[in-house]
Design a protein around this ligand. Structure first.
Ligand code: HMG
Ligand code: MG
Length: 284
C-alpha cells in the first residue's frame, strides 16, 4: 500500500530534553542532534531561546547550534518566546524558529507569563522581522483539548489562535495536546474546527502520550488530512509548566506505525533506533 508522504518533525532535542532533571552536557545534546541528522528528518527542533531561569536545561542552545554538524536538507529549529529570543536564535544560526501560544489563558500565564493576547502582541514583531530575512516561522498552539489549569478547551478557541498565527505568517501551525488528554473524538472535533480556518496541509499534530492514546490520535488526524506529526526520539520529554505532561509520542513508534499503514516518511528506522537508545541513556 502506498498512501503517500507523511513527515515526522523531530522535537526530541528540545521538547524532549527541556524537561529532563539531569543537567545534560552540551556535547551530549550535539551528539544526539548529529545522530538524528543521519536519520532522514528535514526538520529537527534542537534549541530554545527562552529564559534560563524558566527552563535551565535549554541554556546551552547557542552552543548546541554552534556545535552540530549541519547536514544539507535539514533545518535546525529553535523556539523564540520574545524579541530577545528571536535575536539570539538568528545570531546562533537557527534555520527556522517557532513562536508558541496557548489556546487556554491558564497555561499561557504559567508558561510564558503573559495572557494569550499579550503573547500574540509579542509575536507580531518577530514575524515581521523574520519576513524581512526570509526565515520560516512555525507556530504552536498548546492545550488544544485540555489545559492543566483551566480544564476542557473549546475547539473554537483553538481555531481562533491557529487562525491568528497562520494569518500573521506562520508557515505551519502545530497543534499541541500538551498533557496528552486527547482522545480520537476530541482531537477530531478540534481538527474539524481548525481545518475550517487553516488549510489542513499547514497543520501538524503534536501529541504527548500521557494517556497512551497518541497513536490513536494520529490515526484520527490522518483521517482528517493531517500529514505532519511532531515526535521525540525515545519518547523523551514533557513540559515543565504542564504538571502531569509525560513524554512526546516516541519517534520510533510513530515511524513504525506510519510505515505499517503505508505512508512514506523517508526515515531510516535503524538510525532512529540508535538515536532512541542514545536519547534514553541521556535521561536522569
Ligand atoms: P518573564 O519573567 O515574564 O520575562 O518571562 P522578563 O522579560 O521579566 O524576563 C525575566 C528574565 O528573563 C530577565 O532576566 C530577562 O532578561 C530574561 P533578569 O533580568 O531577571 O536576569 N529573559 C531571557 N533570557 C534569555 N532568553 C530570552 C529571555 N527573555 C527574557 N528569550 C519569558 C517571560 C517568556 C521569558 C519566560 O516566561 C520564558 O522563558 N518562558 C518559556 C517557557 C518554556 O520554554 N516552556 C516550554 C516550551 S513550550 C512547550 O513545551 C509546549 C510545546 O511543546 C507545545 C505543546 O506541547 O503544547 C511547544
Ligand atoms: Mg510539547
Amino acid at each position: 500500500k502506498h498512501l503517500g508522504r507523511c513527515e515526522i518533525f523531530e522535537v526530541g532535542p528540545r521538547d524532549g530534553l527541556q524537561n529532563e532533571a539531569r543537567d545534560i552536557p552540551v556535547a551530549e545534546k550535539i551528539a544526539l542532534v548529529n545522530r538524528l541528522s543521519a536519520a532522514g528528518f528535514s526538520r529537527i527542533e534542537c534549541a530554545s531561546f527562552v529564559s534560563p531561569k524558566w527552563v535551565p536545561q535549554m541554556a546551552g542552545s547557542k552552543e548546541v547550534l554552534a556545535g552540530i554538524e549541519r547536514r544539507s536538507g535539514v533545518r535546525y529549529a529553535a523556539l523564540t518566546p520574545n524579541m530577545r529570543g528571536y535575536t539570539d536564535a538568528v545570531a546562533a544560526g537557527a534555520d527556522e524558529i517557532a513562536v508558541f501560544a496557548s489556546a487556554s489563558e491558564g497555561f499561557s500565564r504559567h508558561n510564558i507569563n503573559a495572557s494569550i493576547e499579550e503573547s500574540i502582541e509579542r509575536f507580531a514583531p518577530i514575524l515581521e522581522e523574520a519576513r524581512h530575512i526570509d526565515l520560516p516561522v512555525r507556530g504552536y498552539v498548546s492545550c488544544v483539548v485540555e489545559c492543566p489549569y483551566d480544564g476542557a478547551v473549546a475547539p473554537a478557541d483553538v481555531a481562533r489562535i491557529a487562525d491568528k498565527l497562520f494569518s500573521m505568517g506562520c508557515y505551519e501551525v502545530s497543534l499541541g495536546d500538551t498533557i496528552g488528554a486527547g482522545t480520537p473524538d476530541t482531537i477530531a472535533r478540534m481538527l474539524l474546527a481548525v481545518r475550517d480556518v487553516v488549510p489542513v496541509g499547514r497543520l501538524a499534530g503534536h501529541f504527548h502520550d500521557t494517556g497512551g492514546r497518541a497513536l490513536d490520535n494520529i490515526d484520527a488526524s490522518l483521517s482528517l488530512g493531517v500529514r505532519v506529526f511532531d515526535a521525540a526520539v525515545g519518547g523523551l520529554g514533557g513540559c515543565p509548566y504542564a504538571p502531569g505532561a509525560s513524554g512526546n509520542v516516541a519517534t520510533e513508534a510513530v515511524a513504525a506505525h506510519l510505515a505499517r499503514l503505508g505512508y512514506d516518511t523517508g526515515l531510516d528506522e535503524g538510525e532512529i533506533a540508535q538515536a532512541s537508545q542514545m536519547a534514553r541513556a541521556m535521561r536522569g
